[in-house]
Design a protein around this ligand. Structure first.
Ligand code: HEC
Ligand code: HEC
Ligand code: HEC
Ligand code: HEC
Ligand code: HEC
Length: 389
């Protein structure tokens, strides 16, 4: 098995399931999402003709990029009508492109089972829809019917939509679960399956549930879709991250100290194994440059090895929790300024992963896509904080 196959196999998924057979959310998130058979187009830009704000915000969000070069590159070069490894592709599509129409293959007459022979070509495959990733239809359409949250008071409804007489999709079905955290857990929680150091790899919903936010029903939507906006900002957005944490830096005598408190993130900061937050303390020389020997670095994150067999550390900050780093100032530097910097690398894991993939000689790897994906991960880092003391 290649290094990549191992990772793909580990990730064959055991998603969050809302318990109880009658649970409507569980049925709603049955995947692949059954064939829609609609008379109107399912593409996000078609929905956007009438739902302009949702479309614009969604386009800026990562949900619209869920089928990007990072995913495509890993699924192989000869990915035509039937993928080389349909089972692992389908396991990724589960969250990245879950509609029947988004997959090249479907399970054949033999039903669900092991191995590629169980998959046949899917006649309803639509590449354009696949590339739209986690789009409107993924969350809002089932068997050709539109589902949405309870209608707002007419007063506050966006006039733009209200004035549209014509409704492309013949009304919609109201479901209260659109406003529940469990709706997001369908893709942001893995309950069973691969564990590393006794912890699953994706635990956002449970982290939330145990936090004061879960207890007070401050939902994912409250923070990530304020006023129902389709923003979904997260660790890639500095303003969003600043809203979630409080940073205090002080200098007292021979010590400088930085305290980062998770004051507004509804789960661990960060929640996934992919980002890393780098906290740097150092002394400045008279020209304002860092004195190399004085640099000390601490990390906030859950760092795992590329084959997911090892957890190096887990220093993520729980909701309400604190991270502290005391920098001892050497006598020699007493007269210098001390500096703290905080850097965020949202795609650190993938950055390391793509570099490693490109070093290997896997013939099935789609190098062009992976190189593109590597570039994205090289550019997503940013400085969150800097203070001279
Ligand atoms: C031709 C205009 C038009 C198009 C195209 C259109 N819609 Fe709508 N949509 C409407 C109107 C008008 C309403 C309000 C219906 C009502 O209040 O009964 C609505 C309501 C909705 C709602 C419910 C909003 C709520 O308050 O809960 C959702 C969700 C929705 N549309 C999603 C979609 C999706 C997804 C698509 C693309 C597949 C789409 N719409 C395409 C006009 C459109
Ligand atoms: C069908 C699966 C699916 C559902 C449902 C879903 N997400 Fe996502 N979400 C994803 C995927 C996949 C990504 C990563 C996309 C990428 O970067 O390729 C993502 C990314 C995000 C991000 C961006 C993270 C970052 O790194 O900045 C946020 C925030 C987010 N989702 C919040 C939510 C919330 C809140 C809900 C519920 C309203 C939700 N998601 C529902 C699949 C889903
Ligand atoms: C349980 C849902 C889920 C499954 C299954 C899943 N992902 Fe993801 N994936 C996510 C979420 C959520 C994110 C965003 C958070 C992050 O960066 O870790 C993401 C991010 C990514 C990214 C980085 C962003 C990007 O688009 O470049 C890649 C690449 C990726 N996934 C590939 C895969 C592959 C390959 C598989 C199948 C082996 C897979 N994923 C299976 C939910 C999932
Ligand atoms: C990841 C899932 C997801 C995706 C993708 C998504 N939505 Fe939504 N949408 C929701 C949720 C959840 C709500 C309800 C949020 C709330 O009530 O807090 C919602 C609400 C809405 C509403 C009602 C808004 C209002 O102000 O009452 C409309 C209309 C809508 N979505 C249309 C769209 C369109 C059009 C797209 C694509 C451009 C889209 N959605 C993509 C999850 C999604
Ligand atoms: C109280 C506000 C709040 C709530 C509630 C909340 N989040 Fe977040 N979330 C944030 C903030 C702030 C960030 C940016 C900092 C970070 O990345 O941890 C974030 C980041 C994220 C990310 C980016 C990835 C990462 O590694 O951090 C994802 C995905 C996400 N949230 C999903 C969810 C889901 C799913 C829920 C519900 C189960 C949820 N959030 C509940 C505030 C919230």
């Amino acid at each position: 098995m290649s290094f990549l196959t191992i990772v793909l196999t580990i990730l064959i998924i055991f998603p969050y399931t809302a318990h109880g057979e009658q649970n409507p959310l569980q049925r709603y998130w049955e995947r692949p999402i059954p064939f829609q058979n609609t008379k109107f187009p399912l593409y996000p830009d078609a929905c956007g003709e009438c739902h302009k704000d949702q479309h614009e915000n969604w386009k800026d969000s990562l949900h619209s990029r869920a089928v990007g070069p990072g995913l495509l590159g890993q699924l192989g070069k000869d990915f035509k009508s039937v993928p080389t490894n349909p089972e692992s592709s389908m396991s990724c599509y589960f969250c990245h492109a879950p509609m029947t129409e988004q997959a090249e293959v479907k399970t054949g007459a033999m039903g669900k089972g092991q191995g590629a022979s169980n998959y046949i070509k899917n006649q309803s495959f639509d590449n354009r829809l696949k590339l739209s990733g986690v789009s409107c239809s993924v969350c809002h359409l089932r068997k050709g019917k539109v589902y949405g949250p309870q209608k707002r008071e007419v007063r506050s409804q966006k006039s733009e939509v209200r004035n549209k007489r014509q409704n492309a999709h013949d009304g919609f079905i109201e479901k209260a679960f659109f406003e529940k955290a469990e709706f997001c857990a369908a893709c942001h929680q893995l309950d069973e399956g691969y564990e590393l150091n006794g912890k699953v790899l994706t635990n956002t919903y449970r982290e939330w549930k145990e936090s004061i936010y879960g207890k007070n029903n401050v939902t994912c939507q409250n923070c990530h879709m304020p006023d129902r906006q389709h923003l979904w900002r997260g660790i890639h957005n500095p303003e969003m991250v600043k809203k979630g944490i409080t940073i205090d830096a002080v200098r007292e005598g021979k010590k400088a100290k930085i305290v980062i408190t998770n004051t507004g993130v509804g789960h661990y900061f960060p929640t996934y194994t992919t980002p890393i937050v780098v906290v740097k303390g150092y002394m400045q020389d008279n020209n304002g440059s860092a004195i190399p020997e004085s640099v000390k670095v601490r990390y906030i994150g859950r760092r795992v090895s590329l084959d997911l067999s090892n957890e190096f550390f887990d220093t993520r900050i729980s909701p309400q929790g604190k991270f502290e780093f005391t920098y001892e100032i050497k006598k020699l530097y007493n007269k210098n300024k001390s500096v703290f910097e905080v850097w965020v690398y949202p795609d650190d894991f993938y950055n390391r992963f793509y570099k490693e993939l490109l070093k290997g000689d896997d013939k099935n790897l789609n190098r062009k896509e992976i190189e593109e994906a590597l570039k994205i991960t090289e550019e997503s880092g940013y400085q969150l904080f800097r203070e001279n003391l």
